[in-house]
Design a protein around this ligand. Structure first.
Ligand SMILES: [Zn+2]
Length: 379
């Protein structure tokens, strides 16, 4: 008996480029350098094998919310995204009461410790009322470093990222505090000027939360955060490639300006992802999902997406016409590096977890493997 598997015949996207008719060898939970005898071989000729996707900004899926769901519901949401190729997932919360968020951080940290989540991202409450999106205005507050630290501590070492309106009182101090603690300070839901954004980057911010969305637009005399975030090599920009949040031309503009190494494709998905239209709760807010587009019942603001990363991948290659290798970098390697988990995931290399996605010639997902086990069997 051997837990050895060999996937052969596919186009395999490695960090060094694409290998035609390549082989991926799996021993137990990991990618191996050489196959043992009696390895079970699966012919995947005509397919692509790419690394499992890494989503660093997602609020739920499969009808479940990471902000309010039970542990069982959270795992259902995780499983839904896994079935769509996301083998590494960070749970994002939305704005709530401080005590409530601290309690949720504790619960989510347990799921991180058991290996089903890669960390916690707090989106709100430290965001601008001017760019609140689908966050509850009454619960927003300044990013006071003591409050930010309270949530960071509640996550017991599993907090990976905070989205902050860094121009608000305490914003820069919070950025410095997070950077010192190895937690990503992401600029987002912000009303900052260009100059204020530059200051936040100097203070240590390294990510732009869904660039373009929930921030002032690019204006030629008042370039705002977008220009500052695109021009600085220290910043990785999150992009939601669902065709609703960003016009393809805006996505292409950002992608060219930042380059594939500085883009992270995210879903920003809410409960309805992989589940269907209907009425949902996003934190305290009611959301109506119609034709896959999530909007607040009150005010009509876009309220997250129903995107899954397999769709984002396919759009990037077939609609945005980006090279497959670039998309792989932006959907797996870059977020893995930012999250500090690139020693285990984010690329197909011997020694890393056997997390991979099998796509057909039209870039439709047909298989998902996580830690050597098929989540979606391509046979
Ligand atoms: Zn979000």
């Amino acid at each position: 008996m051997s837990a050895s598997k060999v996937l052969s015949g596919a186009r395999v996207v490695l960090p060094t480029g694409t290998v035609e008719g390549g082989r991926v060898i799996i021993e137990g939970t990991r990618i191996a350098g050489a196959a043992s005898e009696n390895a079970e071989t699966l012919d995947l000729t005509g397919h692509w094998i790419v690394p499992g996707f890494v989503d660093m900004h997602v609020h739920g899926g499969g009808g479940a919310s990471f902000t309010s769901g039970t542990p069982e519901e959270i795992l259902r949401g995780v499983q839904t995204h896994r079935e769509h190729g996301t083998t590494t997932i960070v749970a994002s919360t939305v704005t709530g009461e401080m005590d409530f968020l601290a309690e949720r951080a504790g619960l989510l940290s347990e799921i991180v410790e058991q290996g089903d989540l890669a960390g916690v991202h707090f989106e709100g409450p430290f965001i601008s009322p001017c760019q609140k999106g689908a966050h509850s205005e009454a619960l927003l507050r300044d990013p006071d470093p003591a409050d930010v630290r309270k949530l960071m501590d509640a996550a017991r070492g599993t907090a990976k990222m905070f989205t902050l309106a860094t121009e608000m009182r305490g914003g820069l101090d919070s950025v410095r505090m997070l950077a010192e603690n190895g937690v990503i300070a992401a600029i987002g839901h912000t009303d900052a000027t260009y100059e204020q954004t530059v200051e936040a980057i100097e203070a240590g911010a390294t990510v732009a939360t869904h660039l373009f969305n929930a921030m002032p637009p690019l204006h030629h005399r008042n370039p705002g955060p977008i220009a500052a975030l695109l021009e600085d090599d220290r910043i990785t920009v999150e992009l939601i490639n669902d065709g609703t949040h960003l016009h393809p031309a805006s996505l292409e503009l950002a992608y060219r300006a930042a380059g594939s190494s500085r883009v992270a494709f995210i879903t920003d998905a809410m409960d309805a992802a992989g589940f269907g239209d209907g009425t949902y709760q996003l934190g305290p807010m009611e959301v109506e999902v119609k034709d896959g587009v999530a909007r607040l019942v009150e005010g009509g603001s876009i309220a997250g997406s129903t995107l899954t990363l397999d769709t984002a991948f396919k759009r990037a290659v077939t609609i945005d016409r980006l090279p497959v290798e670039d998309v792989v970098r932006s959907i797996s390697a870059n977020p893995a590096r930012l999250l500090g988990v690139d020693d285990r995931v984010g690329s197909l290399e011997p020694g890393k977890d056997a997390d991979l996605v099998v796509l057909d010639a039209e870039f439709t997902l047909v298989g998902v493997m996580r830690k050597g086990e098929w989540v979606v069997d391509p046979k």
